[in-house]
Design a protein around this ligand. Sequence first.
Ligand code: F6P
Length: 524
Amino acid sequence: MPPFSTTSAWRSLLEHRDALAGTQLSRMWSDDPLRGEALTFACAGLAADFSKQLLDARTLALLAALARERGLPAAIDRLFSGEPVNVTEKRAALHTALRGDEHAMVDGTDVRPGLQRSHERMRVFAEAVRAGQWKGATGLAFTHVLALGIGGSSLGPRLVIEALRGEADGPEVRFIANIDAAEFDDAIAGLDPATTLVAVASKTFTTQETMVNAIAAREWISAALGDAALARHFIASTANVPAAAQWGLPECNIFPFADWVGGRYSLWSSVGLPIVIAVGMARFERLLAGAHAVDLQFRSDPLERNVPALMGLVGVWNRNALGFPSHAVLSYASRLEHLPAYLQQLEMESNGKRVAEDGSALDFSTCPVVWGGTQTPGQHAFHQWLHQGTDIASCDFIVVAQSMGERTIHHEILLSHACAQSEALMNGVDKGDPHRDCPGNRPSTTLVLPRLDAYCLGALLACYEHKVFTQATVWGIDPFDQFGVELGKAIAAEILPAVRGANVPLHPASRHLLDVIRKLAAGA
Ligand code: F6P
């Protein structure tokens, strides 16, 4: 398929951009005080307010036309029908089947019965742990879960458990992702091996960080309780059952998921088991239901008011028509602290690509840098850059309508800041003093969740997943592979023997750097 930049819809969009050039957002509002209603759309109970973006209703119509010219409706059908949309790895990306109730076919087989069985196994096991029926080797109930995994095998469960912290009524879950001894030590500090369940999540069951942490956890459990305790204290979520079995886990401790579930789309699968243990299956099912509601709307809403598609298309507008290099996610909810990290993997690992599906080089920009934080603390840190820096970031404000605690005054102030920041970015201020002036005209979308509960969170995450798919379709890239992460892993494997003192050939730059590190380690 030729690049999107050669389509007639894109040419129309560029002409439209040029016609809009110089029009201030503040002017768009004074010309059309109803633009708020016209540019706010609903999806699964969430509201997406695009009225502070540098666009108008015609822009959305032209973006929808671009999506049609790029075949988005047919691509959505292929995604949901289990076709091998991951073209480079020749497999489906059917994570949506994990949260839906329709028949889902992969290679001519209906995968729903298998999904229902694994869902039921998760429920039974998690309930047994929560009820203290699945006990540790000494007969004590589990009070803690150590969740080992990295990337998609950690970020989703971590985000969800932290977001639903207020509703957690099961064992406390602690995460270890990094290959850093301090992270391991911090996570097990104060834990009793006798009351700790270790949940290893790894799609491949070969990821170095996870496997080394799993061995360390096994040693920690065995040293206290003996090798026989492993069968009570270890479970695994993986697409590589033979590897988990070879590692020493009984089959009943292994919770498989299919290889057509991508790592960064896996929180809906057995990778979500720590979520079920922490907050219960009923809440996990609400998470799935919220995501499923978005799936249904993504498949059926007209593109002109299809929230996930518009999130993607407005991103294309900001990136490719307006040239903004980064995208900030600003959550007005402390419990969404991990949202930017989750979205960094979802967006940047998916769409951080420089070639099209057919391998041809792209002559346009793809995924912007995705970053962000929780507000209001971010307002006292990096918002200065947003308001007066030389680069412009498009922003997503995430706002929760209902208070997230008993203290109403906190929530009222939080809401006032969320509204004020997007207004300030949009309008700026002219005080006649270059140091104090804010240029304004800086675009944002505000996503409003009615409540921070499992349903709304599932909906929010699914909106972002489909945003990514929409952008990949427009850009013509495969969002489901991540070959770029392999090179560094291979070089690390070559360097490790040298770190351990072996005399192996190394690039002079790495040799030099190791020497510097060694000198400092020795206190030189
Ligand atoms: O290195 C990147 C990556 O492959 C991610 O895509 C994935 O989520 C993560 O590593 C963890 O992989 P695994 O679940 O196989 O351990």
